[in-house]
Each structure stands twice: as structure tokens, then as C-alpha cells.
Write a protein that binds this ligand. Structure first.
Ligand code: NAD
Length: 471
């Protein structure tokens, strides 16, 4: 009989080994479990199996593969609490708030949405000159390489459309969060045919073995711009397809008509979701001089009262940083901003007497556009608030950086907000919210934030080959 994977203990036992690389809880330092580490030979073997399995998986109908995705969603639903607990222990994210339970729930939602999308052949021409049809056929084996901040959700973003379109998938999780992805794959593999979905844990060299493998036909990569550039370079030799979801440094522009009191929570969570470790989180806020002090005070008040602590406590909504390197990056940038004359309106001091990689929710005001805390993706719980005099100046500053993942405009007047939104260079510009993703709405970055789109029918097309038949 197969193991019941609905409890944390069983799930952990199914994916950990006696002799492997140890994983620790970033909040407490407690041992979570040992992960296996793949070798390049393991990658070769997995790819060979995936290539064989793709023959029959790719031959199924859309309805049959959709059926599998719904069964996979049921399996995630049954194990949701166990998956959330593992996220709380391995990533450190609290069970509550837009964190661990939210992430497990999103996995189910994305699987169901990808099962239900309709993708049909498109008749392009059908007249006396002939008939031309555009259809979407499987690419083959997809290599999916991911980051550590939303390990399960981002894996689902990669694997659900890939499987739906008849590809088989090899996942390469981040070395910081290998167990979360292995657990997810273990749960999904209760219902998927053998070798359709596999996982090869390991560090960058295993990612490289995946991205350079001649029998992998498409790379879906989510991570830093630097790694994305390396992957794109190596993909060139085989003309591999790539979808790249890379770093961001999202700007938000507040207009002078907002109700500050009402909006403060929404703005805060746009910035501090997952303790700021989110690619499309609000990372720099531009506020008009007329309401600047009011906005800074309101956000500082939310920051000071949001409960922070270890993931497994039901009270917390902010957790630790996932790793020490990330904690240092944020702490150093805030410290440098302070030395450059910025005001720390909330947070700003490392959390003392706690074993984990904690850093408080930090609001920085009186900061200049050219400060590194504004210019560099700090990927943590800090929000610099920059004062502007004219909207043209704010738009120029928002558009100035090399990245363009998300952005937002905050206003009581939707028409005015849309006017400003149309002038912002980013894959998505939200109005009166930030970072909210929806499986039906395409998402992707421009400039150095990436290439290609995920989600929706557009997302399905990106993991398929367009094929024209014409007579
Ligand atoms: P990273 O680039 O360091 O690592 C990402 C993955 O790439 C890991 O699995 C890593 O092992 C692997 N890797 C490293 N070197 C490789 C190589 N040479 N070839 C192939 N794979 C290699 O990124 P990270 O620190 O894990 O994640 C944080 C970054 O990810 C941030 O910049 C963030 O903005 C970005 N991100 C983007 C999105 C998005 O949707 N645009 C989502 C989440 C995170």
C-alpha cells in the first residue's frame, strides 16, 4: 500500500534520507531533514526516462491530461497542511497571512486552472486559396529551475502548463529549499504516470547540467537576472526555448488623492508579502510631497505592529529571511542608507536574541533616488519611500532601472491611475494593489526582468511548439 502523504511526518519521511545534506529551519536553526543531492549522471538518467515517458504522455488527449491535473490538485488539497508545515519549516514563512497555507492553496488553484484552460487549433485561413491551421504540439522534455522564495508555487507555475501541453518535466529546486519541491513532486506523483515529473536536487552545477542537456528541449527558469543570462547563453548552442522570470525592483507611485488610512495595509502587504522575499513585491514607493509624512507614518505604524516570528506559530504574519546571505544584504543596504542620511521610520535594527535570520519590517524615508537601497533589488523586508514633486519626475524615476517586472499606481481616480500606469515600463502594472497574481492573467517581466510569459492560455502556448499545417 502506498504511504499516506497527508501528514507532515509521513511526507518528510518519504523525501528525506539518512545520509544527505542537512536542511535547517531559518527561524530556529532546528534540523528539518537530510536531502539527497543529485549528480550529473542522475540528471542524464532522469532526462532519458523523461524522454521515453514523453512519448505516451504527449500522445494523450488534452482531456486526459486535464484529468490528471485535477487528480494532482486533489492530492495537493489532501496534503495541503503537511505541505504548508514544510514551507513553514524550510523557508521559514508563517503558516498564516499571505504565506505558507496561501502558497499550498495556490498550488491547487494553479493546477485546476491549467487543467481547465481551453486551447484549440486556430484556423488562420479557410477560403478558396486554401486552409491553414495553427496548432500547439508538445516541445518534449522541459527543465524547470527555480528559486527558494516561493518554491512550491513557482514549481507549479512551471510544471502545470508544461504537463498540460504534453511535455514531461525535470524540476531543479533551489539548493536553499530542496525539500519543499521534492515534497510537492512526491505528492503529485501519487497520481501522475511514472517519469512524467521528476526532481533533481542540487546546486548551480546541477542547474547547469539541466540547462545544458542536449535532450532537454525547453528551460523554464525563475531566479536572478545573472543566472538567467547564463542560461540564455548556454541555451543558444542548442537553440533551446527559454522562459525567463528574473529579478525585479518594483516601483509604486502614490497619487495625491488616496485615502492614506484605507490604503496603508494594502501598500504594506504589497511590499512585505513573504517578508519582502518576492520578485514582484513593491520595492520602492514614490509619494508626493503633499502627503509624504502622512504615508510614512501610516506605513511605519503597520510595520511596527505586524507580528513577526517563527513560521509554525499561528500568530505570526512575518517570518525570518530564508538564509543568512539574504539577511546580510538587507541589513547592509539599510545601514548604508542610514549613514547616507536617510530616516529609519520603522525597524532598521537587527532583531537581537533570536537564533534565526530575522530582520524587522523596515520603512526608510528621506531617501534619495540614487541610494543603493532604491537602486538594488534587496529582496527583503525594507521599503524606501522617495518624495516626489511632479508626476513626470516620479515616472522617470520608476522607469530608470534596468529591470521591469511589476509596478503599481495608487489613486482614488481609476482613469488617472491608468494614465500613469500606461507610462510605466513593466510587465504588469497593478492599480491599488501590488503583486497579486492570477492563473488566468499572463505574467512576465520586461527589460532585464525576463523573457516570455507565464499563466493563462498564453502560458500554455509558451510550453508548446507552434505548428502550422497548410494546404
Ligand atoms: P538564483 O539565480 O541564485 O538561483 C535560481 C536557481 O538557479 C537555483 O535553483 C540555482 O541553483 C540555479 N542556478 C544557479 N546557477 C545556475 C547556472 N549556472 N545554471 C543553471 N541554474 C543555476 O536565484 P535565487 O537567489 O534562488 O532567487 C532570487 C531571485 O529570483 C531574485 O532575483 C528574484 O527576483 C528572482 N525571482 C523572480 C521571480 C519571477 O517570477 N520573475 C520569482 C521569484 C524569484
Amino acid at each position: 500500500m502506498s504511504t499516506d502523504l497527508t501528514t507532515y511526518e509521513n511526507l518528510l519521511a518519504a523525501i528525506t534520507v539518512d545520509d544527505g545534506s542537512p536542511v535547517h529551519d531559518p527561524a530556529t536553526g532546528e534540523f528539518v531533514g537530510n536531502t539527497t543531492i543529485s549528480t550529473p549522471e542522475d540528471v542524464d538518467a532522469a532526462v532519458a526516462r523523461a524522454k521515453t515517458a514523453q512519448q505516451s504522455w504527449g500522445a494523450l488527449t488534452h482531456a486526459e491530461r486535464s484529468g490528471y491535473l485535477h487528480k494532482a490538485a486533489d492530492a495537493v488539497n489532501a496534503s495541503a497542511e503537511a505541505l504548508a508545515e514544510l514551507l513553514a519549516r524550510e523557508v521559514g514563512k508563517p503558516l498564516n497571512g499571505p504565506n505558507a497555507r496561501f502558497e499550498a492553496g495556490a498550488c491547487e488553484a494553479w493546477l485546476r486552472a491549467n487543467a481547465d484552460f481551453e486551447i484549440e487549433d486556430e484556423v488562420l485561413v479557410d477560403d478558396e486559396s486554401g486552409k491553414a491551421v495553427l496548432s500547439y504540439v508538445p516541445i518534449g522534455v522541459v527543465g524547470a529551475i527555480g528559486p527558494w522564495n516561493w518554491p512550491m508555487m513557482i514549481s507549479i507555475w512551471q510544471l502545470a502548463p508544461s504537463l498540460r501541453m504534453g511535455n514531461t518535466v525535470i524540476m531543479k529546486p533551489s539548493e536553499n529549499t530542496p525539500l519543499s519541491v521534492q515534497a510537492l513532486v512526491q505528492v503529485l506523483n501519487q497520481v501522475l504516470p511514472d517519469d512524467v515529473l521528476q526532481v533533481v536536487p542540487g546546486a548551480g552545477e546541477i542547474g547547469q547540467a539541466v540547462s545544458e542537456h542536449p535532450d532537454i528541449d525547453k528551460i523554464m527558469f525563475t531566479g536572478s537576472t545573472k543566472t538567467g543570462q547564463a542560461i540564455m547563453r548556454s541555451a543558444a548552442s542548442d537553440m533551446k526555448r527559454v522562459t525567463l522570470e528574473l529579478g525585479g525592483n518594483d516601483a509604486g507611485i502614490v497619487l495625491d488623492d488616496i485615502n492614506v488610512e484605507q490604503m496603508a495595509e494594502e501598500i504594506f502587504w504589497g511590499a512585505f508579502i513573504n517578508t519582502g522575499q518576492t520578485c514582484a513585491a513593491l520595492k520602492r514607493l514614490y509619494v508626493p510631497a503633499s502627503i509624504y509624512d502622512e504615508v510614512v507614518t501610516a506605513l511605519a505604524n503597520v510595520a511596527k505592529t505586524a507580528p513577526m516570528g517563527q513560521g509554525m506559530s499561528e500568530d505570526n504574519v512575518l517570518g525570518p529571511l530564508q538564509n543568512e546571505a539574504q539577511q546580510s544584504i538587507v541589513a547592509d543596504l539599510v545601514e548604508d542608507a542610514r549613514k547616507a542620511g536617510a530616516t529609519i521610520a520603522a525597524g532598521g535594527d537587527p532583531v537581537a536574541d533570536q537564533p534565526g535570520y530575522f530582520y524587522p519590517a523596515t520603512i526608510v524615508s528621506d531617501i534619495a533616488q540614487d541610494n543603493p537601497l532604491v537602486q538594488i533589488e534587496q529582496f527583503g523586508p525594507a521599503l524606501p519611500i522617495i518624495k516626489y514633486d511632479t508626476i513626470d519626475q516620479a515616472i522617470e524615476w520608476a522607469n530608470e532601472l534596468e529591470v521591469g517586472l511589476g509596478s503599481s499606481v495608487w489613486s482614488a481616480d481609476e482613469a488617472k491611475a491608468r494614465e500613469v500606469a500606461n507610462r510605466l515600463i513593466a510587465g504588469t502594472t497593478w492599480i491599488n494593489k501590488h503583486g497579486a497574481v492570477d492563473p488566468r492573467i499572463p505574467f512576465g517581466g520586461v527589460k532585464k526582468s525576463g523573457m516570455g510569459l507565464e499563466f493563462g492560455v498564453e502560458g500554455l502556448k509558451q510550453v508548446a511548439l507552434p505548428k502550422v499545417t497548410a494546404r
